[in-house]
Design a protein around this ligand. Structure first.
Ligand code: GAP
Length: 444
């Protein structure tokens, strides 16, 4: 790709997402709602493919991992026991000069409200003392709006898993070690959301909690680090853009005994896309104490009861989606092309929102009918699209921008079609009756 600055690259991705229906600003016709986004047709397909890939990798490929879908609103005591009421806080400062609000520990990553080329650390503004700001959204349950009716929107899906630990273990007849996986919305009243969908106030998490015997936790954390890194590589992310970052003592969340991030090198720097935590017996131990329900497991070998340790893998679906877009975005200058560089999303065919587009060369001579027959066969297997408007070059470009890996062109040569591969732009002529089998090799 021709050299573009990091802010130009992000602006291009945001513009492509809107233009092609991946992601829209939420409540746009009312001027938008800060840090909330809606997924359009292509974005919703991409997100579903990512969730499907995660569910397959975690639940279908592991006989000892079960799925769960717990509620967003839970008993408020859960958030006291989990430590979130007391500890899920960020240090907040106000700038007396520009009136902006910033996270005191991330001043170098924010932008000054009056001098956009400076950060709040370098603009010379004067700050208030840092104070703790709890990130949980509160609402009221029932008709009364008093303290007794307060409930929280969950800031992580994990707690829904912990409070269902015994339910799942007994109904699925699992034994330690085993895991519970779920995908669901989480909410955080972030002080400084930003970088498009990287940090938002409403987002989706894909979390797996793996219950192990104390003493096996460290080895399990190492094992899950490798499994999870491989998942990101299998999505097609570039290996040189991924790395682990180990949390130092000051970075560790209140529940973590040890933690590693999987980081990606975004245009705005290396940032966390997934967190892996050794949560020890912190969560089950606290819930056991606060609920007075026994959450221990009987060990047949030692004839004693213990509280399992938890290894957690936690990845943001929206954040991974942004990562796949950043990783896949490319511009290619082509000789003699007056339409400007070709914009192409080199998404892995496995996650591409649309797998193939069918293009009749002309709207006559029976080509649309042949194309429709191919569409009928393809749509039984994958999400595909039909496009008959504009020149064939323009139609290829539309498909490239959407990340569609294959374009099938129906021309006058009866019985055959050409298949154009998005990245190499190479074309191959194949039998018209063989299109599904041909694509299956690349897509399944
Ligand atoms: N249960 C553990 C937990 O929530 P975390 O490191 O706070 O750990 C895990 O979050 C993942 O959730 C992050 O790696 C990121 O992908 C995603 N995430 C967290 N906060 C987010 C936000 N404000 N916007 C988008 N994604 C977020």
């Amino acid at each position: 790709m021709a050299s573009v600055t990091s802010s130009e690259l992000m602006a291009k991705i945001v513009s492509l997402c809107k233009r092609r229906g991946f992601i829209f600003q939420s409540s746009e016709i009312y001027g938008g709602l800060n840090s909330c986004y809606d997924y359009g047709p292509l974005g919703a397909e991409l997100k579903n493919n990512l969730k499907q890939s995660w569910m397959n990798a975690m639940v279908r490929e592991h006989d000892n991992i079960e799925g769960l879908d717990s509620s967003i609103l839970m008993h408020p005591k859960i958030w006291e026991a989990s430590g979130h009421v007391a500890n899920f806080v960020d240090p907040l400062v106000d700038c007396k000069t520009c009136k902006g609000r910033f996270r005191a520990d991330q001043l170098e990553m924010a932008t000054c409200g009056l001098k956009p080329s400076k950060t709040p650390k370098t603009c010379g503004g004067e700050f208030t003392e840092a104070r703790s700001f709890n990130l949980m959204f509160k609402t009221f349950m029932g008709a009364l709006e008093d303290q007794s009716a307060v409930v929280y929107l969950r800031p992580e899906t994990a707690q829904g898993i912990y409070v269902n630990f015994l339910n799942v273990m007994s109904t699925s007849r699992q034994k330690i070690p085993f895991g519970i996986a779920q995908i669901g919305k989480a909410f955080r009243n972030e002080i400084t959301p930003g970088n498009f969908i990287f940090r938002t106030r409403e987002f989706e998490q894909m979390e797996m909690q793996y219950f192990v015997k104390p003493g096996q936790d460290e080895a399990e954390l190492e094992r899950w680090k490798e499994i999870r890194l491989k998942w990101h590589l299998d999505l097609g992310l570039k290996a040189n853009k991924l790395r682990f970052h180990q949390h130092g003592p000051k970075e560790l969340a209140h529940y973590a005994k040890a933690a590693f991030d999987i980081q990606y090198e975004f245009p705005f720097g290396w940032q966390e896309i997934e967190g892996l935590h050794n949560r020890s017996d912190f969560d089950l131990g606290n819930h056991q104490q606060a609920s007075s329900k026994k959450l221990g497991v009987f060990d047949e070998e030692t004839k004693s009861t213990y509280t399992p340790y938890i290894i957690e893998t936690s990845v943001g679906c929206d954040r991974v989606l942004l990562t796949t877009l950043v990783d896949a975005y490319d511009e290619e200058t082509m000789a003699g092309d007056d339409e400007g560089p070709r914009v192409v999303l080199r998404l892995s065919p496995k996650i591409a929102p649309v797998k193939a587009v069918v293009l009749p060369l002309m709207k006559k001579e029976g080509l649309p009918e042949r194309a429709e027959k191919i569409m009928a066969d393809l749509r039984k297997n994958w999400r595909v699209q039909y496009d008959e408007s504009g020149s064939i070059g323009k139609r290829y470009r539309r498909a490239d921008e959407a990340g569609t890996p294959f374009a099938i062109t129906v021309d006058q040569e009866a019985g055959t079609v050409t298949v154009r591969e998005r990245d190499s732009m190479k074309q191959e002529r194949i039998s018209e009756s063989n299109v599904v089998e041909y694509l299956r090799k690349f897509l399944n």
